[in-house]
Design a binder for this molecule. Structure first.
Ligand SMILES: Nc1nc2c(c(=O)[nH]1)N[C@H]1C(S)=C(S)[C@@H](COP(=O)(O)OP(=O)(O)OC[C@H]3O[C@@H](n4cnc5c(=O)[nH]c(N)nc54)[C@H](O)[C@@H]3O)O[C@H]1N2
Ligand SMILES: Nc1nc2c(c(=O)[nH]1)N[C@H]1C(S)=C(S)[C@@H](COP(=O)(O)OP(=O)(O)OC[C@H]3O[C@@H](n4cnc5c(=O)[nH]c(N)nc54)[C@H](O)[C@@H]3O)O[C@H]1N2
Ligand SMILES: [Mo]
Length: 770
């Protein structure tokens, strides 16, 4: 067997266009355990990325002893990502949180659940009495289960009635959601992973799929190794594994995606490689796009992007020639300057080329986290449950009927408060209670010095619900120990709308409890009631929560009504919508050229891409009365913080193959920890030489916000750009804040999606003394 660390994509199983991707079952068992010794294989899917690879957890004597890919799973056909092969070991690590903690005399000390929850409930009630629902905020994750998000949304939006609820999906795929809403009127992934089997051109925009969804990359590599392989376009300032395999690699200066996209769209329109019939029948807004990109010649955008005109033409010819074009978009667009405007240009590309809803033709506005899709669908990201439109009174009324609550209780007077605004409210004292679940903001948010000072305030009551002690639990007033994946039951949905069942394989340690149980316990202790005086939420375990969520999704784009736990257990992953009309799920959205964009049905009336101002319902109705797809042009604007004399480098941040986020799981798996134990910084050889820095030498990177020390790696990255992985916080160090990328990043966000800009900023670098 190939070593999963040194050969992360394993051996090739080539196949041709329209063929079946061959099965390859990857198995990883603990030392000394043989497959025949395993007592039970419990079905679930991967939780260390958004790909949704189906797998089974091996259980022996009540303990997890390994994982095996599911041969029959539509997503992975048996394959495993290196993080999934080894990451499960974290669950059994001796430093799990096993008891609640409360702050006593400045220290966190162990407490009973009664003691911890009575503090949480006591403070909630005091604040509700004294200051009202707007003094409470909830910040959750893209890593819990649908049942848990739906419950949290019902508690926050329904029972309490606060508008201050968001997920770390804000940092992750808020721009995916925003771009889908702007173009199609609603969130929901148009394409399917099976489009990789059919595509003749695959274009990856700011998406290092090789390292971040390694099994999807394996699928692409197997196409590349087979007959009639697809051509690849890669848009990334670094020479990633994707760039190395690409037919054309464009390496734009960070923050210039809109300029580059306008150049590509200009060429495609000039060459008249557009599907006029599709545009006419299914879209609005094309003439505005033509006007917007009329002057965006390759020559005129080349300087801005730092990409030669000939390269832009070469890429445009590739896109022109595609008969089945699949595009994917991720953080190189979502976390960069003009995020939504740039991501929407990729939708425009698909629309004007008529590349939607057919095998091999579609767009994947990717997710990152395993369950980010559910955060958005269920409404734990602040949007209303079931992709309902907060600005449509009938949608609010429908939700109120479903919950049997007064519609006035569901906040809809303004757009939901996004996380960066919630932080501001906590900073100025209007939010006094913040409940953080399954996210580690003291490492993952921008400008960490500021984040620490906000979260550490005395007047802010901070509840942190995690499976380990983290940089964030250390700032909490109450810490609640959660059960993790494999220790609880639920469902979750990947980036191509595939819903998986995830079973409980082992008991959680100590007194740790499933997040669902914690949220429901809070609701009972708060004594929330519906209009008839019945306890609210009305459900009490995973399956009844799933049934309630199904009812909330009925008739909405993300319709789950055709799914049950039994069906998911028996058949593996199924793509929503799944209902009476589509009992086996739905492979592609918009195959019929009909969109979820009708004014009475759409999730959003849209925003101005440059200012973020929400559009009025009447404006939307006038612009798009028939609910067609919307082509939305955007003008390129200069980044807010371009490199200058003091900070001459463009700083970008991102990921490595072997670690997941703030490494609470992957650093506890020895194989993954060893693969990348320490932070590093990537720069070009030319830049390093000019600064007198050598490979492996220690460097200090500074921005207006802070400083990081890291070992230098000379890499094929464009000159003038530095890359820093963001995984390295402080829980396993002496605590000196000098290695997290977010010490350096700015407090700044995209106007439309409100996603923080982790990939466009200016920095300096110099040699440091050890
Ligand atoms: N191994 C691993 N896999 C993961 C995760 C993980 O932590 N580790 N996390 C998961 C999650 S939550 C997410 S969101 C995804 C993220 O998955 P990706 O988006 O693929 O990962 P990133 O490394 O954040 O960024 C992708 C690329 O954007 C490029 N980039 C930076 N700035 C720009 C720019 O201005 N323009 C362009 N065109 N490109 C730019 C970077 O060089 C980088 O290679 O990964 C998921 N999968
Ligand atoms: N500079 C920079 N910053 C970034 C990014 C970047 O590219 N550059 N990427 C951003 C992106 S895309 C993302 S998604 C975020 C990720 O940022 P975070 O969400 O902060 O990162 P994680 O380490 O995944 O944090 C999840 C936490 O949940 C805990 N946990 C795991 N499972 C469970 C569970 O079942 N229940 C509970 N209660 N807790 C659990 C883990 O121990 C961990 O502490 O970071 C963002 N920040
Ligand atoms: Mo993410």
């Amino acid at each position: 067997m190939a070593d999963a660390i040194t050969e992360p994509w394993g051996g090739r199983t080539p196949y041709g266009p329209g063929g079946d991707w061959p099965v390859r079952v990857d198995v990883q068992l603990a030392d000394g355990v043989r497959a025949e010794d395993v007592d039970d294989w419990v079905p679930t899917a991967a939780v260390l990325h958004s790909n949704g690879d189906g797998l089974d957890i091996a259980v022996k004597d009540g303990r997890m002893v390994g994982v095996r890919g599911r041969a029959d799973d539509r997503v992975n056909h048996g394959r495993l990502d290196p993080k999934d092969r080894f990451g499960w070991q974290a669950g059994a690590s001796p430093d799990r949180l096993t008891m609640p903690l409360v702050r006593e005399g400045g220290e966190l000390v162990e407490a009973t659940w009664d003691e911890a929850m009575s503090r949480v409930v006591g403070r909630s009630k005091e604040l509700l009495d004294e200051r009202g629902p707007g003094s409470l905020g909830f910040y959750t994750s893209g890593q819990l289960f649908a049942e848990e998000y739906y419950t949290l949304a019902a508690i926050g939006h329904g029972a309490i009635g606060t508008n201050h609820m968001d997920g770390n999906t804000r940092l992750c795929t808020a721009t995916a959601a925003a771009a889908l809403k702007e173009s199609f009127g609603c969130d929901g992934q148009p394409a399917s992973y099976t489009d990789v089997d059919h595509a003749d051109v695959i274009a990856l925009f700011g998406h290092n799929v090789a390292e971040t969804q390694s099994v999807l990359w394996t699928r692409m590599l197997d196409r590349l190794a087979g007959p009639n392989p697809p051509a690849l376009l890669c848009v990334d300032p670094r020479t990633t594994p994707v760039a190395r395999a690409a037919t054309v690699h464009l390496a734009p200066l960070p923050g210039t995606n809109v300029a580059l996209m306008n150049g590509l769209l200009h060429e495609i329109i000039r060459n008249d490689q557009v599907d006029h019939d599709y545009i006419e029948r299914h879209t609005v807004g094309y003439p505005e796009l033509v006007r917007q990109v009329a002057d965006a010649t390759p020559e005129s955008v080349a300087d801005v992007c730092g990409v030669p005109p000939s390269k832009i033409r070469e890429a445009a010819r590739l896109l022109d020639g595609a008969s089945r074009l699949l595009s994917t978009v991720l953080q190189g667009f979502y976390q960069s300057h003009q995020a939504t405007a740039a991501a929407v240009q990729v939708n425009n590309l698909q629309l004007i080329r008529g590349m939607l809803g057919k095998p091999g033709a579609g767009v994947l506005q990717m997710n990152g986290q395993p369950t980010a899709q559910n955060t958005r669908e269920c409404g734990a990201d602040g949007d209303l449950t079931g992709f309902r439109n907060w600005a449509n009174d009938e949608h609010v009324a429908e939700l109120a009927r479903l919950w049997n609550l007064d519609p006035l209780q569901i906040p809809h007077y303004a757009p939901p408060t996004h996380l960066m605004q919630m932080l501001r409210y906590a900073e100025n004292g209007s939010i006094r209670f913040l409940w953080v679940s399954a996210t580690n903001p003291a490492v993952s948010l921008p400008e960490l010095a500021r984040v620490r000072s906000i979260l550490a305030q005395d007047r802010l009551f901070l509840v942190v619900q995690d499976v380990f002690r983290t940089e964030t639990t250390e700032l909490a007033d109450v810490v609640l120990p959660a059960a993790m994946w494999g220790e609880k039951t639920g469902t979750f949905t990947n980036a191509d709308r595939t819903v998986h069942f995830s079973g409980k394989a082992v008991e959680p340690p100590g007194e740790a409890k499933p997040d669902l149980d914690i949220f429901l316990d809070y609701a009972r202790r708060m004594d929330f009631r519906d209009r008839d005086g019945n306890p609210f939420p009305s459900w009490n375990d995973p399956e009844s929560a799933f049934e309630a969520w199904k009812a909330a999704s009925a008739g909405r784009p993300c319709d789950y009504t055709g799914l049950t736990y039994a069906k998911l257990r028996a058949t593996g992953g199924i793509q929503w919508p799944c209902n009476e009309e589509h009992p086996d799920g739905t492979e592609r959205l918009y195959a019929d050229g009909k969109f979820f964009a009708q004014p009475d049905y759409c999730e959003s009336y849209g925003r101005d891409l440059l200012t973020g101002a929400p559009r009025e319902p009447d404006e939307y109705r006038a612009m798009n009365p028939d609910g067609k797809a919307m082509i939305r042009p955007a003008e390129y604007l200069r980044p807010h913080e371009p490199p200058d004399e003091d900070h001459p480098f463009a700083l970008i941040t991102g990921r490595t193959l072997y670690h997941f986020h703030t490494r609470t799981k992957t650093a506890r798996a020895p194989e993954l920890h060893r693969a990348e134990p320490e932070v590093w910084v990537e720069m070009s050889e030319k830049d390093a030489r000019a600064q007198g820095i050598d490979e492996g030498g220690l460097a200090e990177i500074t921005t207006a916000r802070g400083r990081v020390r890291a070992r230098v790696r000379l890499r094929d990255i464009r000159d003038g750009v530095l890359f820093l992985p963001f995984h390295y916080g402080y829980w396993d160090t002496d605590g000196t804040p000098d290695r997290a990328a977010n010490e350096l990043t700015p407090t700044d966000w995209d106007p439309a999606s409100k996603q923080p800009i982790f990939k466009t900023g200016a920095a300096a670098i110099r040699r440091a003394e050890p």
